[in-house]
Write a protein that binds this ligand. Structure first.
Ligand SMILES: *Cc1c(COP(=O)(O)O)cnc(C)c1O
Length: 418
């Protein structure tokens, strides 16, 4: 099948059997069929190469098919692929120990699942089980996944509408406003769930000390504090965890995306001994998953964390992030009218346009220049740059130049429209 025929065949099947509306959007933005990934690059059906500055929304921190992770998974595949769950698993044990080592505070126990939303589901469930309370505090514009429980705490009404009633007792407060959160966290509150830095909300960075205020409010009332580090965790923000910027530890942390090393799907909910005792003491089977913690995913997770540390990628995220952010800022200054702000920590960078709809055009132009980005789900004015942490200075130059050209072309295009 030649490239055009392959493309038409795939789009046609998406339209008939997957999601015609999304297929249209993706095709319009200029996305082709991905055929191969390696390091920071994705190759499409025409053999075109794209620098992956989207990074699977934080999944590809080690790039695509990092050799150490691929090797670990291949080795595991030759011994045992999935677990029957009756026997003990060495990979599962090693990974849980490693996660306890690198997570802050008293986080000690892990429950493994397959995605971010499953981790959030477990975290919310645990908070109810531990406290015997039902009120949950979440933040506006937050994103925690799209299954019913996670959707209940999604800070965007657009996605909740039409699916209500969801979990009862959810209260939303503005992200970054510690006082507003303190005002509603009370003796009926099971938990507050928050992203240390909001991803889909448009790479929103809270004021310094925000997480401290939440910690104190939760402690005052015996509520649990949940940090959703699905996107901000594992070095993405230039520190191991998003919450390290405030030096605060949660009672429960959710992980996914980069945890599987960009090779396997893997999520985890990590908690303290007090949480695990309340959940599992009376019923050791109160929360389980058939595929969660399977040997392949855990092999990938273990190799991913080892690689992250061995290759100094957390520090690299900080250094490369500074470079990318200042490069984008320089370009943004040149095109002052178009861009409202460049912000971020480490390699979690958001670029906010002054107006709606410009972002879509820039995404399409950037693709033409071989750079893949996307806008934030809950804030389409914000383009996000979340490239692999292994990105090089040359690749950053390439992305910044591409961005400059894309803005020039977008300005020209806009000028012809008015
Ligand atoms: C992506 C994301 C999720 C959901 O993860 P899925 O694997 O898509 O279910 C939850 N929380 C945050 C902060 C995320 O970025």
């Amino acid at each position: 099948m030649d490239a055009d025929a392959l493309y038409s065949d795939v789009i046609e099947k998406y339209s008939r059997h997957i999601n015609p509306y999304l297929a249209k959007l993706m095709a319009f933005a200029g996305f082709g069929v991905e055929m191969r990934g390696e390091g920071c690059y994705i190759y499409d059906h025409e053999g075109r190469r794209f620098l992956d500055c989207l990074g699977g929304y934080g999944t590809f921190s080690l790039g695509h098919r990092h050799p150490k992770v691929v090797e670990a998974v291949k080795r595991q595949l030759d011994d045992l692929a999935l677990s029957g769950k009756a026997f003990f698993s060495k990979n599962c044990a090693d990974l849980a120990e490693k996660i306890a080592e690198i997570t802050p505070g008293d986080l000690q126990f892990s429950f493994f699942c397959n995605s971010g939303t499953e981790a959030v589901e477990a975290a919310l469930k645990f908070s109810k089980g531990v406290t015997g309370r039902t009120k949950i505090v979440s933040t506006t514009e937050s994103f925690h996944g799209k299954t019913l429980g996670s959707l209940s705490v999604m800070g965007r009404e657009k996605y909740r509408k039409g699916y209500e009633p969801l979990l009862p007792g959810v209260v939303f407060v503005p992200f970054g406003d510690g006082q507003a959160a303190s005002d509603v966290i009370d003796d009926d509150t099971a938990c507050m769930i928050v992203e240390p830095i909001q991803g889909e909300g448009g790479i929103q960075i809270p004021p310094v000390g925000y997480l401290n205020i939440l910690r104190e409010a939760c402690d005052r009332h015996g509520a649990l504090l949940i940090f959703d580090e699905v996107q901000s965790g594992l070095g993405r923000t230039g520190k191991m965890w998003g919450c390290d910027h405030d030096g605060v530890a949660p009672d429960i942390m959710t992980l996914a995306k980069a945890l599987g090393g960009g090779v396997m799907p893997l999520g985890a909910v990590v908690g303290t001994e007090a949480v695990w005792d309340a959940i599992y003491n009376k019923n050791p089977l109160s929360h389980t998953s058939t595929f969660g913690g399977n040997p392949l995913a855990c092999a990938a997770g273990l190799a991913a964390i080892e690689t992250l540390i061995e290759e100094g990628l957390v520090e690299r995220s900080r250094a490369m992030g500074d470079l990318l952010k200042s490069g984008l800022q320089t370009v943004a200054d040149k095109h002052g009218r178009l861009i409202a702000e460049v912000r971020g920590k480490g390699l979690m960078i958001g670029l906010e346009f002054a107006e709606d709809e410009v972002g879509e055009l820039v995404v399409a132009q950037l693709l033409n220049h071989g750079v893949c980005v996307a806008y934030a789900l809950n804030n389409p004015r914000v383009l996000r740059f979340e490239p692999p942490l292994i990105i090089t200075e040359d690749q950053i130059d390439f992305a910044v130049n591409g961005f400059d050209n894309a803005l020039v072309e977008t300005s020209e295009l806009l000028a012809t429209l008015v």
